[in-house]
Design a protein around this ligand. Structure first.
Ligand code: ADP
Ligand code: MG
Length: 264
């Protein structure tokens, strides 16, 4: 039987007195990569925060389970080792060097006030090399471009070496070669047994995952494999048929639905 890495059971979430998510039931399998897509305001970021346990308990109804245990019952440090998080437009201490930012990902592994050990340094080096941020490890975050900064934050998430990686729009500001690198890195992680859940607005890149969750209006409309016709139909529908999913060069891609060009 497929084991479930993250389970959302009957989740609703409110901010103030507005209901943002309703009736969410999701099972995200371990060792697979799931992408979450949907229009702006669909509730994708809110759902990811609920899955990461980042919204106050009072705002959320229902239960999230991580690796078979209720998230709320997992002690914070243990949770931080099992689940790595990269938020949307996330800030970080700008005066820290890239190396120190990536080292923040190792905090849940370190004893209180103990200096980082050899395993921590090795994990940070590997993560910074993976995102090609090693060369500027001594530079403060404030001196990096948006894309360079994002690669350092990705390295911080990778350095956790968690079983489950949740990322909200991780490709923001990345140029196409680094987006491609990121796809390869995610594939390597899931091939090694990891679980990746990413919110992506680049639909063609989202289609390179294993499974897709399509959201709109605070609800899940569809969950299914990225190569299934029903998933493509749900995608085209949720984006008002302004995109079409096509198979090109062995890959599923989302193309814009353009009005017919005038013949010359
Ligand atoms: P997505 O990530 O799919 O664009 P979000 O989860 O960020 O969507 O937001 C879902 C809905 O919740 C939107 O209508 C948004 O305006 C609302 N929302 C999100 N955060 C807050 C907040 N802190 N206060 C009030 N409304 C919010
Ligand atoms: Mg969002």
């Amino acid at each position: 039987m497929k084991s479930i890495a993250v389970c959302a059971c009957q989740i609703s979430a409110s901010i103030g007195n507005r209901l943002i998510l309703q009736g969410i039931n999701l099972q995200l399998p371990a060792g697979r990569w799931t992408s979450i897509v949907g229009p702006n305001g669909a509730g994708k970021s809110t759902l990811l925060k609920v899955l990461a346990g980042l919204l106050p308990g009072t705002a959320v109804q229902g239960e999230v389970q991580l690796l078979g245990r209720p998230l709320a019952q997992i002690p914070a440090r243990e949770r931080a080792r099992q689940l790595a998080w990269l938020g949307q437009n996330e800030g970080s201490a700008d005066d820290l060097t890239s190396y120190d930012v990536a080292m923040l990902g190792r905090l849940p592994h370190q004893a209180w006030l103990a200096p980082p050990g050899a395993a921590d340094h090795a994990a940070v080096e590997q993560a910074l090399r993976t995102t090609q941020a090693w060369d500027w490890r001594h530079r403060p975050l404030s001196q990096l471009s948006g894309g360079e900064r994002q690669r350092v934050l990705l390295a911080r998430a990778l350095a956790v070496q968690a079983q489950v990686l949740l990322m909200d729009e991780p490709l923001a500001n990345l140029d196409p070669p680094h987006q491609t690198d990121w796809l390869h890195t995610m594939r390597t992680l899931v091939d090694a047994g990891g679980t990746v859940v990413s919110v992506l607005h680049e639909v063609s890149l989202a289609l390179q995952a294993d499974d897709m969750v399509v959201m709109a209006g605070g609800r899940v409309l569809h969950q299914g494999p990225c190569d299934a016709p029903a998933t493509h139909a749900a995608l085209e529908e949720v984006f008002d048929h302004r995109i079409q999913v096509r198979h090109l060069d062995g890959m599923w891609m989302a193309l814009p639905s353009l009005p017919n060009k005038k013949s010359q």
